[in-house]
Design a protein around this ligand. Structure first.
Ligand SMILES: [Zn+2]
Length: 154
């Protein structure tokens, strides 16, 4: 076993890091767009959120996309069409990757990329969906803290 990932806590076999596993997932998805690739939008979002790869606004925007995919059942094409203007980099005043980051310290991740089985596309897609759901659940408290307006007063 490698030491647990400092960002998401994943425990992977010796010599393997989350980034290696992520690259393996992406390779499967690009080679098999109709099966493994069906959850590509979720894989990338989960990985980037857990590894805090984005700026604050990029992180919050990506989590909001996950809500649309998982809770509202939207397809990537629907979300793309709807966000075309909003995410157009020429109109966007902020960067997805650079800038102040959100603090994900102290978050406990229930599932990680290590829980995604790669040997079969059905398992793979099911595991990625469970992973995406868990990322939303695991970050609910963080989002509540960021939006005090939606907090209920005791
Ligand atoms: Zn990790």
């Amino acid at each position: 076993m490698s030491p647990p990932c400092p960002l998401c806590g994943a425990k992977l076999p010796a010599g393997e890091q989350c980034r290696d596993r992520f690259d393996l997932c992406l390779a499967k998805e690009f080679e098999n767009p109709a099966t493994y690739g069906a959850v590509h939008h979720l894989t990338v979002a989960c990985y980037m959120l857990q590894h805090n790869a984005y700026s604050r606004q990029g992180w919050l925007g990506t989590r909001a996309l996950l809500v649309q995919f998982i809770q509202e059942g939207k397809t990537p094409a629907e979300v793309r069409a709807q966000n075309r203007r909003k995410l157009d980099s020429r109109q966007r005043k902020w960067s997805i990757t650079t800038g102040e980051k959100i603090s994900t310290e102290g978050l406990i991740w229930t599932r990680t990329i290590a829980d995604v089985r790669l040997d079969n596309p059905d398992f793979y897609c099911a595991d990625v969906e469970l992973w995406a759901k868990s990322v939303l659940t695991d970050t609910e408290a963080l989002i509540r803290d960021l939006n005090p307006a939606t907090k209920r007063d005791g």
